[in-house]
Design a protein around this ligand. Structure first.
Ligand code: LLP
Length: 432
């Protein structure tokens, strides 16, 4: 079993160490941290739970930092990346991934994207029947030589998780080919194209429990076994690449226990026993949130504290620029928050009034959290927002043109710069 969350004591230790080493300068109103040893433990746990020939395509959309991509690449031999755009494919190649470690998923690939992907040797997941037609044309006309492998994203239509915006396997979805509605077309594709050797699904992100995720895999597994019987008869290569997507939920609250990777794997094996046989399948996984989120945290200085009759408001330096979904959909997205004094000492107790944590942006929904019980907060304190290693900085918004924070990685008390605070010149350039 691995550690689920970083606790406030280990955050205190790292914060004090960073302050002591002068790594949080005056202008660093907020800093993003990564515990790299924690991240490494996650990745090893992932690798240990799957067959050796599995390609773990960590979702870049959860964390596109080049230094993190490079770090992860060096930890386990079978890590790769899942790229959601041509830009992400390019970033992965720049970070040193080989093309056959890159999985390219996007529901809106242009012809140029497809020509590039087919020639570059990445694993391409086709999203829809029109894209399939384009790929077939490109390979038939010889405009592209297929150097990688190709899979088809299928929507297993097994239902939604608890978070609507990140559930994608309902009866309707903008992603993939719906298996109930377009089964004939899917079957036709599987017996027609010998180069179509993979299937792909992704059920949703957070909010989907193990049974829903497993059932999605099960639906595709049954389909693949049936299609492979047909392919055997016609002598075309069998479907042997099975991409199970990501989606395993994590805990954003230390008191809740999320499912473990061990539990998920056990459940998959029950439903789809041959899936882990390396003679039959090469598995691909695309875990983003599970891999990254719990290893990161963010601190902001408290600039002011405002007093109202029944609530206090801590004015901090990150809002909907860094925490887009927390501000826009607070019902589904909350974190743990810890208060430290200006020297990085943990503050204790609970203040008489609850706190709103307000960001610096110009709109009234710019609250990272509302009504939380915290120790008494003063100007100059630090507030740590836990579990920000995935889908946080990657969703940065340019609204109000704030500079992106310094990003530091650490192992024990050794720190390294993962990304410097954005300069005013870099910020200016974005808008020019
Ligand atoms: N594969 C595909 C095709 C995906 O669309 C995603 C996430 C993943 C893998 C990774 O899923 P994970 O293991 O990270 O759950 N913006 C949202 C997150 C959306 C996730 C989108 N797709 C958020 O606010 O957190």
């Amino acid at each position: 079993m691995i550690q689920q969350n970083l606790n406030k004591f280990s955050i205190e230790k790292a914060l004090q160490s960073a302050l002591f080493q002068g790594l949080i300068r005056n202008e660093d109103t907020a800093v993003i941290f990564y515990d790299l040893a924690f991240l490494a433990a996650r990745i090893s746990n992932l690798a240990a739970n799957f067959p050796q020939n599995t390609l773990h395509g960590l979702a870049i959309k959860a964390n596109p930092l080049a230094r993190i991509m490079e770090f992860v690449r060096t930890i386990a031999r079978n890590t790769g990346v899942e790229a959601a755009s041509a830009g992400e494919v390019n970033m992965a190649l720049k970070a040193g991934y080989r093309p056959n470690q890159v999985v390219f998923d996007s529901p809106v690939k242009t012809r140029a994207d497809l020509v590039f992907a087919l020639g570059a040797g990445v694993h391409l997941n086709i999203d829809n029947l029109s894209e399939l037609e384009r790929v077939s044309e490109l390979t038939l006309t010889g405009s592209s030589t297929l150097t990688g492998s190709v899979g088809l994203r299928i929507n297993p239509q097994i239902g939604l998780g608890t978070i609507l915006e990140s559930s994608v396997a309902g009866d309707y979805s903008k992603f993939g080919i719906p298996i109930k509605y377009q089964r004939k077309e899917l079957e036709h594709a599987c017996i027609t194209y010998p180069w179509l050797t993979g299937v792909h699904l992704h059920v949703g992100s957070q909010g989907c429990d193990v049974s829903l995720l497993t059932e999605g895999i099960g639906v595709l597994y049954d389909f693949v076994l049936e299609m492979n019987e047909k392919r055997k008869k016609t002598g075309i290569p069998l479907i042997n690449v099975f991409d199970i997507g990501g989606g395993l939920p994590i805990s954003y609250k230390s008191e809740t226990t999320p499912p473990s990777m061990e539990e998920y794997v056990k459940s998959i094996l029950n439903r789809a026993p041959k899936l882990f046989d390396p003679e039959e399948f090469q598995l691909i996984t695309e875990f983003g949130r599970w891999s990254y989120t719990n290893s990161g945290w963010t601190v902001s200085r408290v600039e002011y504290v405002k007093h109202d009759p029944s609530i206090k408001t801590a004015m901090i330096h990150v809002g909907a620029d860094l925490f887009v979904r927390e501000c826009l959909n607070p019902r589904d997205w909350q974190h743990e928050y810890t208060v430290f004094d200006r020297n990085g000492n943990l503050k204790h107790g609970v203040d008489t009034l609850p706190y709103n944590l307000a960001g610096p942006l110009c709109f009234s929904g710019d609250f990272v959290a509302k009504g939380v019980l915290l120790p008494e907060i003063e100007e100059g304190d630090f507030i740590a927002i836990h579990d920000t290693g995935g889908y946080t900085f990657s969703m940065w918004s340019r609204y109000n043109s704030r500079q992106t924070p310094r990003v530091l990685g650490y192992q024990g008390d050794r720190f390294q710069m993962l990304k410097e605070r954005e300069s005013l010149e870099e910020l200016q350039r974005f808008w020019e």
